[in-house]
Ligand binder design. Structure first.
Ligand SMILES: *Cc1c(COP(=O)(O)O)cnc(C)c1O
Length: 396
């Protein structure tokens, strides 16, 4: 089975680069150069060194004993929450900022939902001394206030977006508009495996460090590099793509992606793209998309800002279609419960996004000997206000 994009950026029928003509120069430039740069020795050296000394990689693969006892199976957590800035997003922004510099860009733009990608982008811009503008939906600006302050302290300009339901999709529209107006000096750092080719493939490759490490770490700890399950939450799908990548052609390893079920998939308020969507084009690529019968985008909903997106990366639509990955969902409430469980059993407060992956442990009965890896995509500091608000309701 082939899991790579073809020359035009398609995974089967999904992907591609559906962009306005004004964006051709920027996108073509990236398409032409990204693989050469990624394979270049100097790039790899600089990227790997920064991942090690700046990001803090490799992140631990942690055997969670009390969680394992509770669920009567073997649970390992891939600790992306321990990276610098607190989520996997930094793996991608470090890679893209090196690429941007090589292409001679001096100005960086980004969109952000939970603010994690905005913070990761503002961070690498400070690191490299480049100008940074971050677009963020007004609702997210409010619910992720600590991250807004971090971006500002890092020197980024945060632009609140008032269109649509004022979340991630709307911020992305605004970032694309900016790029069209600034084609020469600006690089757009997309934060997930979405957008026109080559972004889905580029971001997947940069995030694939996650599964690269899982392989040798699990081998070191158990003698076998293959787990039975890898579980990750999916917004656009970058932490999942990175955690799955090196296992894609190993069918013994079951891949489980967990989307945001919001208030329940039948409630009309969710961000569960795979079960409620159908193929369409958003932000430059063809993939599954939440839309009405006449093609209007349905506003997504999730308590977790990082999963609140009506689309999903084309690689995931493809994995779903061919049956290589299973797509599940967890509601707000299930994620909150799982977040509290991890906190009380292991002393780790997860990001609300990552808690959706953890919630799958409550939905499925694993065998005692199963090795189950949960990709803990980020830490929960940014979600404290939300956690405190719901604390009374979900106490066990
Ligand atoms: C952004 C984010 C996500 C969702 O993005 P993906 O591209 O699907 O990984 C998940 N977890 C955390 C902690 C995030 O910051």
């Amino acid at each position: 089975m082939n899991y790579e994009v073809n020359k035009k950026g398609f995974y089967g029928e999904y992907g591609g680069a559906f962009i306005p003509e004004m964006l051709y120069p920027n996108v073509r430039e990236l398409q032409h150069h990204y693989l050469t740069i990624l394979k270049d020795n100097d790039f790899q050296q600089e990227f790997r060194k920064l991942l090690k000394d700046y990001v803090g990689r490799p992140t631990p693969l942690y055997y969670a004993k009390r969680l394992s006892d509770y669920y009567k199976t073997q649970v390992y957590l891939k600790r992306e929450d321990l990276t610098h800035t607190g989520a996997h997003k930094i793996n991608n922004t470090i890679g893209q900022i090196i690429i941007a510099r090589r292409l001679g860009k001096t100005r960086i733009i980004a969109e952000t939902g939970a603010g994690q990608h905005g913070v990761a982008t503002a961070t690498v811009c400070a690191l490299m001394g480049l100008k940074c503008v971050v677009y963020m939906g007004k609702l997210d600006v409010e619910r992720q206030a600590p991250n807004v302050l971090r971006m500002k302290m890092l020197g980024a300009e945060v632009v609140p977006v008032y269109s649509g339901n004022m979340t991630l999709k709307d911020a992305t529209n605004e970032a694309i508009r900016d790029w069209i107006n600034n084609p020469v000096d600006t690089h757009y750092i997309i934060g997930s495996v979405v957008g026109p080719h080559p972004y889905p493939d580029l971001v997947t490759r940069l995030q694939s460090i996650i599964s690269e490490e899982i392989r040798w770490q699990l081998k070191e700890q158990t003698g076998n590099e293959n787990p039975d399950y890898i579980i990750a939450c999916v917004g656009g799908g970058s932490n999942a793509a990175g955690a799955f990548y090196h296992y894609l052609d190993n069918e013994d390893v079951k891949l489980i992606a967990v989307e945001a079920g919001g208030k329940g998939i039948d409630s009309g308020e969710s961000a569960a793209t795979m079960v409620t969507g159908r193929p369409g084009i958003l932000h430059g690529c063809r993939s599954m998309l939440m839309q009405t019968d006449d093609g209007q985008i349905i506003e997504p909903y999730s308590l977790s800002a990082g999963l609140d997106y009506p689309g999903i990366g084309p690689i995931h639509s493809y994995l779903y279609k061919i049956g290589r990955a299973v797509f599940e969902n967890a509601t707000d409430e299930e994620a909150l419960t799982a977040a509290y469980r991890l906190t009380r059993l292991e002393g780790i407060i997860p990001a609300l996004e990552s808690a959706h992956a953890l919630a799958f442990l409550d939905k499925y009965t694993f065998k005692p000997e199963d090795v189950v890896i949960i990709n803990l995509s980020g830490r929960g500091d940014k979600d404290m206000a939300t956690y405190i608000k719901y604390m009374e309701e979900i106490k066990d």
